[in-house]
Write a protein that binds this ligand. Structure first.
Ligand SMILES: O=C1O[C@H](COP(=O)(O)O)[C@@H](O)[C@H](O)[C@H]1O
Length: 223
């Protein structure tokens, strides 16, 4: 694991957006289309704001969330809603969304169709993950019903997930897809998450799911 500490959150968000855009640019020079996977939640908005203003060939970029909460895009907890509001703006408005939500009662109802949409874009060129203070990443939660299957090396790329720490059903990229990313970053802020990261380094992925991908990742942190 590489760990980069920044003097403050503004520096973190700007530097990380710069790193992601240069890795996307490098991938675009080598491939006709590239893929970017990003987290939802409360932390990554400022990275999206900066990234969306970078003049890349966005119409060749396919964006998929790390995970989605099973709520419609206009719901306040929708990660897709966050993407539309903060990333698919300015230059990045031309990017393509690979959906992780469909209007069916459960994620299982749409899993096959959503997996088919994702398959042509694997391996993901650039992955940015978040992490919760409970050491979950994407929707790989401690105690989740499908956690062991999603950590297995033969896991399908997408799985449905339900967990005590998640207030709605989820759909998530699985550990092998995250580990196979060509560039893998984790964004965390604050003392509580830094302590959680240090704890996770000493635990198994079943106890601390983020541990499943730490050895491949660069962690970006500011107080
Ligand atoms: O529920 C989720 O939580 C994590 C962490 O979110 P944050 O609000 O603590 O930044 C996020 O990475 C994930 O994509 C999201 O669905």
């Amino acid at each position: 694991m590489e760990f980069i500490e920044y003097p403050d959150r503004d520096m973190l968000m700007l530097s990380l957006a710069d790193k992601l855009s240069s890795q996307l640019g490098a991938a675009l020079r080598r491939h006709d289309t590239v893929s970017l996977s990003v987290p939802g939640g409360t932390t990554p908005g400022p990275v999206f704001d900066t990234l969306s203003g970078v003049d890349l060939d966005w119409d060749r970029v396919h964006v998929v969330l790390n995970d989605e909460r099973w709520v419609p895009a206009d719901h306040p907890r929708s990660n897709t809603g966050l993407l539309r509001a903060r990333l698919f703006q300015n230059h990045a408005a031309k990017a393509h969304l690979i959906p992780l939500y469909a209007d069916t009662p459960t994620p299982e109802d749409s899993l096959d169709a959503l997996s088919e949409g994702l398959a042509p874009h694997l391996p993901v060129s650039v992955v940015l993950l978040g992490m919760g203070a409970d050491m979950h990443t994407a929707s790989l939660f401690p105690g989740a019903d499908n956690l062991e299957a999603a950590l297995a090396s033969d896991a399908p790329p997408l799985m449905a997930m339900r967990a005590p720490g998640a207030s709605e059903p989820r759909i998530t990229l699985t550990a092998p897809v995250l580990r196979a990313a060509l560039n893998l970053h984790i964004l965390i802020t604050g003392a509580e998450k830094r302590e959680a990261l240090e704890r996770a380094r000493k635990l198994s992925p079943s106890e601390a799911p983020v541990a499943a991908i730490l050895s491949e990742a660069t962690v970006h942190w500011a107080e």
